[in-house]
Design a protein around this ligand. Structure first.
Ligand code: NCD
Length: 308
């Protein structure tokens, strides 16, 4: 059974295919409106979400399928002490594909070992978020037209920010991609990612605490929220939460074709005055999330059917 737990579960060719399918859906959504008729997607969200859960649901409904699930652990039998494995075995009996978000790193992987239907990791703790990365890749493709030869600034909570971890993994397979890692000292990118992903693939990177230092070199600026729910104490969060606030002033030296991204939700990291700048791509990014998830659901369901 094919699952999506880590972005590297997909080959480069498969990512190209998904981007191509998503682009075809965008060009003519009506072609796909019955593609998943009578199929059921379960969305199991043990952590809060707006975009990821609703884009999955919107994607399945746009394919003519049905959706069921829960949006907080408290309303499921997890509150009674049921294990992830038992919940998944159960939901496998009611659905054809599962998207799952969980605060514990590795929970979707555990789920995939017992599921009888494809499992998609919709975010596991401070670890990975592969479908946000698919959204980001479709956005990069549409905004920049390439995955090679890019200088990408990632700014904010690089320690707990799972979207950044998956994005760096995905980009490690392309040529001449450089990262500028912008964060306060306490929220630096974990060293396992620097070692096992960046250094191993010969990726160039530069660490700084200063958002403006390399602004003029960036093709993409990927802002992130400080991940309050992963902090051990509120004081540290309060001290770090407003480390970076992107304003029009700070974009003074930036390229005219810079692409500004954010997985959202934003708290304070991007001043709303930036929203009207043509370089602000974060709401276009939201839209892309629905189409790439349609492409992913189609692919995984087709592969599951071929298994039987
Ligand atoms: C991100 C997440 O859940 O990791 N949100 C999302 O899925 N678009 C980013 C975040 O919560 O900061």
């Amino acid at each position: 059974m094919r699952h999506l737990i880590d972005i590297l579960d997909l080959s480069k060719e498969e990512i190209d295919e998904l981007v191509e399918t998503a682009s075809d859906i965008i060009a003519d959504p009506s072609k796909y409106e019955d593609a998943c008729r009578h199929k059921i997607l379960a969305t199991l969200f043990f952590e809060p979400s707006t975009r990821t859960r609703l884009s999955f649901e919107s994607a399945m409904l746009s394919l003519g399928g049905e959706v069921l699930g829960f949006s907080e652990a408290q309303s499921s039998s997890a509150a009674k002490g049921e294990s992830v494995a038992d919940t998944i075995r159960t939901v496998s009996c009611y659905s054809d594909i599962i998207a799952m978000r969980h605060p514990k790193e590795g929970a979707p992987f555990v789920a995939s070992r017992v599921a009888e239907v494809p499992v998609i990791n919709a975010g596991d703790g401070g670890h990975n978020h592969p479908t946000q990365t698919l959204t980001d890749l479709l956005t990069i493709h549409r905004e920049k037209g390439r995955f090679d030869d890019l200088t990408i600034g990632v700014c904010g909570d690089l320690k707990f920010g799972r979207t950044v971890h998956s994005l760096i993994s995905a980009m490690s397979r392309y040529k001449n991609v450089k990262f500028v890692l912008i964060s306060p000292d306490e929220l630096k990118l974990p060293s396992y990612i620097k070692k096992d992903v960046m250094q191993k693939n010969g990726m160039e990177y530069y660490e700084t605490a200063d958002l403006e230092e390399k602004m003029k070199d960036l093709d993409i600026l990927y802002m992130t929220r400080v991940q309050r729910e992963r902090f051990f104490n509120e004081e540290d969060y309060l001290r770090l939460k407003d480390s970076y606030i992107l304003t029009l002033d700070k974009l003074e030296t930036a390229k005219k074709d810079l692409c500004i991204m954010h997985p959202l939700p934003r708290v304070n990291e991007i001043s709303t005055e930036v929203d009207g700048d043509p370089r602000a791509a974060y709401f276009r990014q939201v839209k892309n999330g629905r189409y790439i998830r349609m492409a992913l659901i189609l692919k995984l369901l087709k592969e599951a059917e071929n298994e039987h």
